[in-house]
Design a protein around this ligand. Structure first.
Ligand SMILES: [Zn+2]
Length: 210
């Protein structure tokens, strides 16, 4: 069952790079910076899970060319890892009013022709008389890109575990009830510890003044 909403957040959560690193990546070169073997193993596991749940993603070769490999050399998991980075960077830029990069990524996704020989088509419909462009979902990558255009402002990162998630309400801070409960528990623990420390200090002061 195609679920672009879940696919988008699952895709964003494949990469283990943080956003500051992502922006540096964008400014310097397009190659993925070196990650530890443990990080790579985790990302490949997440990418495989993504493919199991949603399916593989098309590679837009002129946009992302990991380590100058050819089409045949890029594994499906590697493709998912690369898109995870690109979507996270595009999302970050679009909410920080730097839409040029985001538009560049989106336009490359939709302008590439996709389909069997003789049935290739671009991913958008143009109405010249009304000056409108409407994206078309030809495959999973298009569907995820359309979802990002539509819901990018409601995607947030969990305050506790930093996972990407779709906010239901504007003030949602946690990706799941589990993280919410955990944060509340931690908050209560901190409150109790602070209250105890304060009490200790007060009894000390009390003793001194006697
Ligand atoms: Zn969380």
């Amino acid at each position: 069952m195609l679920d672009p909403r879940r696919a988008l957040t699952d895709l964003l959560n494949v990469s283990s790079l943080d956003l500051v690193e992502l922006i540096e990546l964008k400014n310097k070169s397009r190659e993925i910076p070196k990650r530890s073997p443990e990080q790579v193993a985790i990302e490949i596991k997440r990418a495989d899970e993504f493919i199991n749940n949603h399916g593989p993603l098309r590679m837009v070769f002129h946009l992302v060319q990991p380590a100058r490999k050819t089409y045949a050399e890029i594994t499906p998991a590697e493709t998912v890892r690369v898109w995870s980075l690109f979507f996270a960077a595009a999302l970050y830029e679009s909410v920080h009013d730097q839409e040029e990069f985001t538009n560049h990524v989106l336009s490359d996704i939709f302008t590439e022709v996709v389909g069997k020989p003789g049935e290739e088509r671009v991913g958008f419909r143009v109405d010249f008389l009304r000056s409108t462009v409407e994206p078309i979902a030809r495959d999973l990558l298009d569907a995820i890109a359309i979802e990002m255009i539509r819901s990018r402002k409601s995607i947030a990162r969990c305050v506790l575990c930093s996972k990407f998630f779709q906010r239901q309400w504007n003030k949602d801070k946690y990706c799941s009830p589990l993280c919410g409960d955990e944060a509340r528990r931690k908050g209560q623990l901190e409150w109790v510890q602070k209250a105890r420390a304060k009490k200790k200090l007060e009894t000390k002061k009390g003793r001194k003044s006697r």
